[in-house]
Design a protein around this ligand. Structure first.
Ligand SMILES: Cc1cc2nc3c(=O)[nH]c(=O)nc-3n(C[C@H](O)[C@H](O)[C@H](O)COP(=O)(O)O)c2cc1C
Length: 279
C-alpha cells in the first residue's frame, strides 16, 4: 500500500481506534508525520533527567517556524529550569506535580512589549497595540508556536503538557519571569522525558461529524454523536481508573459559573494590570 493510500493500513487503523474508538473515519491518508500527530498524548509523569543539549533551541526553531500574523512575531518564551521557580509555578497551577517532576517548563508569552519598545524608540504611537485584536494576535501566535514545539518534542521522544492553569494568577507568573508591561504568559509547556513506568494514553476525541461541517454549520445534528462520544469517554475513563463521568459532564461543570474558572474569571482585569488595553 502506498504511504498515503486512503485505504486504512494496520497502523492507521490502530491509531484511529485510539483517537476515536468505534467512531472513526473510514478513509485517511497516512505518513510518519500524520502518525506522530495522531499519537499525541499529554504527559503528566516525568523522569527528572535534564533535556539533551540543543533541545530547547530545536523546540524554539520549530516554534519560530510556525506562521505568525503579518510576521509580527508577537510572542516569546521564558524557559524555566530552576527548581524553586518551578515549585512556585506548580503552586500557582493548583499543585500540578509534573511541573516539579520535569526539568523544564517553557512559559509562552503573548508579547506586545517588544512592539511597544520598537515604536517608542522610533517616537511612534503604539495605540493599535491597545486593542483586543492585538492581544488576540499575540495569543494566537503564542499558541501556534507552542504547538509546533510540542510536535517537535514528541518527534524527539520527549513528552509535554500545556499548563493553562498559570492563568490562575497571571500577575504572579509575570513577576516570577520578570516580564515587562504589555506581556503576559498564556500558558506553560512542561517538557521532559516521559516516565516509562507511568505511560500516558491517547485520549479519544469527538467523532469527526461533530467538529467537521460541510458547507454550513449544523448544531442539532451534533446531539447524537456527542452522546455516543460520552460513551467512548466513559470507557476511556474506566480504563484509566477515573470516575466514568463522560464528556458532557466536563463541559457542563467547566461552564457552570465563575468559580469553576479557578481564578481565571478575572483574566481581563489581570491582563489590563499587565498593560494590555483590550479596547
Ligand atoms: C491551552 C491548554 C492548557 C492546558 N492546561 C493544562 C493544565 O493546566 N494541566 C494539565 O494537566 N493539562 C492541561 N492541558 C492539557 C489538556 O488537558 C489535554 O490536552 C486534553 O485533556 C487532551 O488530552 P491529550 O493532550 O492527552 O490528548 C492543557 C491543554 C491546553 C491546550
Amino acid at each position: 500500500m502506498a504511504l498515503d493510500d486512503p485505504r486504512l493500513s494496520d497502523a492507521a487503523t490502530a491509531a484511529l481506534a485510539l483517537r476515536y474508538g468505534a467512531d472513526r473515519p473510514a478513509r485517511l491518508r497516512w505518513n510518519p508525520t500524520i502518525a506522530g500527530l495522531l499519537a499525541h498524548r499529554s504527559v503528566r509523569a516525568y523522569l527528572p533527567d535534564a533535556l539533551p543539549e540543543g533541545t530547547i533551541e530545536t523546540l524554539i526553531a520549530a516554534a519560530q517556524s510556525a506562521s505568525t500574523s503579518s510576521n509580527l512575531q508577537v510572542w516569546s518564551v521564558v524557559a524555566i529550569h530552576d527548581a524553586d521557580k518551578r515549585a512556585r509555578l506548580a503552586a500557582v497551577a493548583g499543585g500540578q506535580k509534573h511541573i516539579i517532576e520535569a526539568p523544564t517548563i517553557l512559559l509562552f508569552v503573548a508579547d506586545l512589549a517588544r512592539a511597544h519598545l520598537i515604536a517608542s524608540d522610533a517616537g511612534a504611537s503604539a495605540e493599535g497595540y491597545d486593542y483586543l485584536e492585538s492581544y488576540t494576535v499575540a495569543a494566537i501566535d503564542a499558541a501556534l508556536a507552542a504547538q509546533n514545539a510540542v510536535v517537535a518534542a514528541e518527534s524527539l521522544g520527549l513528552g509535554t503538557v500545556y499548563i493553562g492553569a498559570l492563568r490562575n494568577n497571571p500577575e504572579a507568573v509575570a513577576a516570577l519571569a520578570d516580564l515587562p508591561p504589555h506581556a503576559a504568559v498564556m500558558f506553560g509547556l512542561v517538557v521532559g522525558h516521559p516516565d516509562p513506568a507511568r505511560p500516558a494514553s491517547v485520549k479519544p476525541r469527538l467523532p469527526q461529524e461533530v467538529v467537521l461541517h460541510q458547507e454550513t454549520y449544523d448544531l442539532t445534528a451534533q446531539r447524537e454523536p456527542v452522546a455516543r462520544y460520552d460513551e467512548t469517554a466513559r470507557a476511556f475513563q474506566i480504563a484509566q481508573g477515573q470516575q466514568p463521568v463522560g464528556w458532557r459532564a466536563l463541559i457542563i461543570s467547566r461552564g457552570r459559573d465563575a468559580a469553576a474558572l479557578n481564578g481565571r474569571d478575572r483574566l481581563k482585569a489581570a491582563l489590563r494590570l499587565l498593560g494590555f488595553g483590550l479596547r
